[in-house]
Write a protein that binds this ligand. Sequence first.
Ligand SMILES: [Zn+2]
Length: 274
Amino acid sequence: MKNCFSVFCILLLLSCNAKKDSAKQTITGNLTANKDTAQKAAVPVADATTILSKKQVPVLCYHHINNSKPGDYVVPPSLFATQLQALADSGYQTILPDQLYNYLTTGTPLPVKAFMLTFDDTDEEQYTIGATEMAKHNFKGVFFIMNISIGRPRYMSKEQIKQLADEGHIIAAHTWDHHRVTEYTTADWDKQLTEAKQKLETITGKPVTYFAYPFGLWKPPAIPELQQRNIKMAFQLSTKPDTTQPLYTVRRMLVPGTWTNDGLFKAMKRTFHL
Ligand SMILES: [Zn+2]
């Protein structure tokens, strides 16, 4: 499974009592909805053009955090720690998918230096090292879980996944066994998402409403399948968001274990047009 995955992958506030302070410290994109009105009335959801016109939020993607040969999918623990330190020192604050969704669809403000940390494929080191390093900076992340790996050696257990959810991290779906969605029939979707999502919800006691495409690969027929299964937003990898379905093609950036911190910041600027 892992080898197969690697081969494929190579191919490839302060609650704002003071509204003035809030206005200075947040970005709102193009929508300027009045907060009080927005809470009472049905909130208008932005169209694709509006969503695509907003300032982007960097979404970083990690796989293995260990001392094997550094590469696109392997980041040494010491480098991971210095990256988080550098991000924190620069004023970056993690946000979670609900915040990104609300920012994109209704203009809910975000911290100026918002970013998202995401982890794919259920590796245990994401719990032992990833979550430990995040805790030093009060960062929270998103863990896209491949169900088939749960409880296997070197992967997270149910208990570890539950603990991450209890600590405020987000547990999200990454299919049952990492087959690419470009090949699915409806029956495949039932196994790879409906069943996978239900099992994760049983483990965490929380709804699973976000999804990452294995290998970052997607196709348009996948989107109604995701919507039918109450997925609000889906993440791919390195291509631009789709012009008609930006919420289901959110861009992420792999962080290779060969980058310096300076290289990371430059890549964030370049990739997300900061
Ligand atoms: Zn994956």
